[in-house]
Design a protein around this ligand. Structure first.
Ligand SMILES: [Zn+2]
Length: 247
């Protein structure tokens, strides 16, 4: 989505009174949305991230905008981190229906931290490359980026608020390459919640989550996210092999 499409709000929801607030959560984070939407951002950022993570992630400034996001195919898009700046600020878009789901804001902020946090290494970071002024994630890296972001989001959020959000779990491929039902997707998600919470039980500062997620990734259902041969797990193994080959 280009930024030109994002600068104004849809007027189909006339009851939305949109305001702008700076320095949300105490850092250079600007949120445009209703009072309730701004509150949701404050609450998710302060409970799901360390202060130091927010400080480092917001060093370019962050702009979080609530709007009605368009559908892509049959799926409605809940949120987006654009991997490109506008007036020097990192951009996050959140759909007006996703403010209350306790997951989307944290998911997009996790993408942003995977890109911006200088303390991350290897698979803890997004694989971003630059074309001219634009930053991009290669097509073959998208399932891996999403799967690691989904898993890290699970580590950060309160599981009892999100057990019934199916999200990316319907895009997991089974062994016979069939897509799965919503019911099955939720079973897989709850298995991942249990695995991740166990793997992270000794974590004291939230900045340790990325490392723990990479360590337990081979045991997660979400590693099978993707399409055809291009799954997160296949890409993970391929990149690990390349790295081993270079040593
Ligand atoms: Zn995502």
């Amino acid at each position: 989505m280009s930024y030109a499409q994002t600068g104004h709000f849809s007027d189909t929801r006339s009851d939305r009174e949109v305001i702008s607030k700076n320095n949300v959560a105490g850092y250079d984070i600007r949120v445009e949305g209703t009072k309730e939407e701004i509150k949701a951002v404050e609450s998710q950022l302060t409970s799901n991230f360390d202060k130091e993570e927010l400080r480092d992630a917001s060093k370019n400034g962050i702009s979080i905008t609530f709007k009605e996001l368009t559908k892509e195919g049959i799926k409605k898009i809940a949120g987006r981190y654009l991997f490109k700046t506008h007036n020097g600020r990192e951009q996050i878009l959140i759909d007006v229906d996703a403010a209350g789901d306790h997951e989307t804001i944290t998911h997009e902020m996790t993408h942003l931290c995977r890109h911006m946090d200088p303390n991350r290494k290897g698979f803890e970071k997004s694989r971003v490359f630059q074309v001219g002024d634009e930053k991009k994630i290669r097509e073959e890296d998208i399932p891996l980026e999403e799967a690691l972001t989904v898993a890290e989001t699970i580590a950060r959020v309160d599981p009892d608020q999100t057990r019934t959000n199916v999200g990316y779990y319907t895009s997991i491929l089974t062994d016979d390459k069939q897509s799965i039902s919503r019911e099955k997707a939720l079973i897989f998600k709850n298995e991942d919640i249990a695995t991740i919470k166990k793997a992270c039980q000794t974590v004291i500062i939230k900045r340790e989550y990325p490392k723990k997620i990479v360590e337990c990734f081979n045991r997660l259902r979400i590693k099978h996210l993707g399409s055809g041969a291009n799954t997160a797990w296949n890409r993970f193994k391929e990149l690990r092999r390349q790295k081993d080959g270079n040593n």
